[in-house]
Design a protein around this ligand. Structure first.
Ligand code: C2G
Length: 160
């Protein structure tokens, strides 16, 4: 009798755990010179679960992405880590680590900005977890924003 009740209680604990399992969200990016568009994405991504993990592209991977960043990986990692919506930061070193990350970390949802929607680099991941492409924050165009940064840099130089 004892044996059966033990098995029963273990079953219901496992069932309860399954229901309350922390929902884990994952996203990737360079996150150079953080701006409101990045923060908006991370805030919306966190709303989709209980824990948000961010894969920050290393400097080496940035060159594979043909992307240069002002800030080196260590700074970008620390800055992303300091955002209240972010629970953990891992390095993103290649295009192909996502399936391994999803399995190792027990990811439920992968989130990216919708500039990645339809990309073959993400569609195939739908067999491993939910894949959500979030619309970019309204009103912040990166080119306009870049213009403001260039003006700001000029102002800084005039001060020197
Ligand atoms: N993003 C956004 N709005 C912007 C700029 C970026 O929502 N105005 C999103 C992007 O869609 C991406 C994330 O913020 O989901 C990070 O953007 P980047 O730092 O530009 O990263 P990216 O070069 O897109 O790298 O393996 C995936 C790559 O590492 C993604």
């Amino acid at each position: 009798e004892m044996q059966r009740s033990l098995v029963g209680s273990e079953m219901c604990i496992r069932d309860r755990y399954r229901r309350i399992k922390m929902k884990k969200v994952l996203t990737y990016g360079t996150f150079d010179l953080l701006h409101p568009g990045h923060i908006y994405l991370l805030k919306e991504a966190k709303k989709l679960g209980d824990e948000l993990i961010v894969g920050v592209s290393t400097d080496e991977f940035n060159s594979i992405k043909h992307k240069t960043s002002f800030l080196p990986y260590e700074y970008r990692k620390e800055m992303v880590k300091s955002i209240k919506y972010v629970d953990e930061v891992i390095p993103e070193t290649n295009w192909d680590q996502k399936v391994e990350d999803i399995k190792r970390l027990g990811i439920d949802v992968l989130v990216m900005g919708d500039d990645w929607k339809g990309s073959d680099k993400f569609e195939y991941l739908k067999q491993f977890c939910d894949v959500v492409f979030l619309p970019k924050m309204e009103g912040l165009s990166s080119t306009k924003f870049r213009g403001h940064v260039e003006e700001y840099v000029k102002l800084m130089e005039e001060d020197e």
